[in-house]
Design a protein around this ligand. Sequence first.
Ligand code: PMP
Length: 394
Amino acid sequence: MLSNLKAQPADKILALMAKFKEDPRSTKIDLGVGVYKNAQGVTPVMRAVKEAERRLVAEQTSKSYVGLAGDPAYANAMIDLVLSDSVARDNIAAVATPGGTGAVRQAFELVKMANPAARVFVSNPTWPNHVSILKYLGIETIAYRYFDSETRAVDFEGMLADLTEAREGDVVLLHGCCHNPTGANLNLTQWQSVVDLINEKGLIAMIDIAYQGFGDGLEEDAAATRLVASSVKECLIAGSCSKNFGVYRERTGILMAISDDNTDTKLVQGSLNFLNRQNFSFPPDHGARVVTTILTDPELRADWAAELEETRLGMLALRQQLADELQRLSGSDRFGFLAQHRGMFSQIGTTPDMVEKLRADNAIYMVGDSRMNIAGLNADTVPVLAKAIIDAGI
Ligand code: PMP
């Protein structure tokens, strides 16, 4: 049996990580993997996370199962963080999931369960795992135009035109903030137009929010998600705590399903619980409990928010430094988009050959689609990257 297995395509980002590790050049720069790193190249455990873990170790008296949906306090804390009071709590069903990936997976499974005919519209490009999971589940996927490779901003006209092709019941997957991989995002007026189209055509909104607090601030980054959630009939939200709490390996995510008053939230909740039961039974608890501890303790929450804000501002400063340096070297404003993009990533919009050239000539590693992780830079490596980009003729 096992010898019948076919080799699966390697995850490109994980393959790049391995290649970086093997590179003996001491000047190498890793802009590939999607993990936050500080100026020392370290992915730190956040102060509030350390403290919450200390408390947990001291106070936890049992490791017995919690519940299929996870701890209700976690769901409440996350609903408050992402949605604030934009949606009535009674209309939200939620389950803890193993990371944001788990939430995305369960959301797609829920779509398939509720409407096997639904197609899922994804941005071109999107986080590759969206497409990969959809393919694995046999869900028809349609890419809508998103990134304008000339302006490196959103091709909003193209996006709307493509979404107009969606049929009633189709799902539109949107990145709540800090679009991965491009870094280009809609403004709130554009979000409103998307909401109008969703309502006009009877589409289902799905939002993946994995970087709240990495773009314009915790509240600002949730604004689009809140707008959509409060304005459409039904909405799925896949949330991740991996980045904004730095708890990547703890697998801490949440799926929220919002329905209107005509649907019994208990029915939706039951289906979410069922899906968890089929796939892994109880979701991981440690990261969720740490997050809950932080969000429900005013002091810890304030300290977490402050550290997250430092992180965000650090990335923005690197963006500005890189845009300035490229402006200086090129004598043009064509790299100004780097300071406009938000989140950990920017797609610089060059060819795989150029990306390979940067790797071969300068030991600079970015994903083949020219996505770079801004957090992989520091004040010293920004000029190195800028010079390499100009030398390569990008
Ligand atoms: N969605 C997007 C857009 C992401 O970039 C990521 C992380 N790479 C995730 C979801 C899920 O992350 P995790 O499963 O690690 O929480």
